[in-house]
Design a protein around this ligand. Structure first.
Ligand SMILES: [Zn+2]
Ligand SMILES: [Zn+2]
Length: 246
């Protein structure tokens, strides 16, 4: 069946996103928009994924896939999605061990708010999340795939933090069949400029930092039917997993 997906949404835990991006409001707006799947993908942290998953299940909202937008040592942004919270938390621990212990300065970077399953702000992440980690993109992909997840180069059409800008290409041995482009990308123009990338499947996500950006019906992905959210997460990740290279 065709599922409508937005796999790149920042909650208020990302310093660059609005403080009203609570898990509950994100899930509620995604449900109104008719999305079947969303992923919460904060920078270097999955700290609000548990709350979003619980709220979505309680209110029969979209299936929430735990995720992170990981910034590699090359300053490349990678959209990382996981089958369950434990896999996401293991990856978060690896990433955060590979970060400098810099404190966030909310007056400069913005708040990094954590929420509970009642959608109440419970505190702030002290560690500055707007920084690269010391893991290469190859190592990140290896670790994510080993945990049953997928690792997709994010917003390739953008100048900042894109694998295409930083490395000049998506290396053929990078283990993904999918690439992400942003909503404003001109697909025809993009593939005219990068004909070598036509062999990849395209994912278009909102990369929402503001509630008003969660208003699109989502990107269609062919997913096997599911009976519960845990199975749904496995089905959608199996649709996104690289088929020929691992
Ligand atoms: Zn990014
Ligand atoms: Zn992002």
């Amino acid at each position: 069946m065709i599922a409508h997906c937005d796999f790149h949404i920042h909650s208020a835990l990302s310093p660059c996103s609005d403080d009203d991006m609570s898990p509950g409001l994100i899930v509620g707006l995604a449900k109104l928009a008719g999305l079947d799947f969303i992923a919460i993908t904060d920078h270097q942290s999955c700290g609000n994924c548990a709350a979003a998953m619980a709220i979505a299940q309680a209110y029969e909202g979209p299936v929430v896939v735990p995720g992170m937008e990981i910034e590699s040592s090359e300053e490349i942004h990678l959209l990382c999605l996981f089958p369950d919270l434990q896999a996401a938390k293991e990856m978060e621990a690896l990433v955060q061990q590979a970060m400098l212990p810099l404190k966030n300065r909310p007056e400069i970077f913005g708040e990094q708010l954590l929420f509970n399953e009642e959608d109440e702000a419970t505190g702030c992440e002290w560690r500055l999340l707007m920084q690269a980690c010391q893991l290469s993109c190859d190592e990140i992909a290896r670790q994510v795939l080993a945990r049953g997840g997928v690792c997709i180069p994010a917003h390739l059409d953008r100048e900042a933090n894109s694998m295409l800008q930083t490395l000049g290409a998506v290396p053929p041995d990078f283990p993904t069949d999918w690439i992400e482009l942003s909503q404003r990308a001109d697909l025809d123009q993009f593939f005219r400029n990068h004909p070598d990338l036509v062999r990849y499947h395209v994912l278009i996500d909102s990369d929402a930092h503001h509630l008003v950006q969660i208003d699109e019906p989502g990107w269609p992905i062919d997913v096997q039917p599911w009976s519960d959210p845990a199975e749904a997460r496995l089905q959608v990740l199996s649709a996104l997993r690289p088929q020929f290279r691992q």
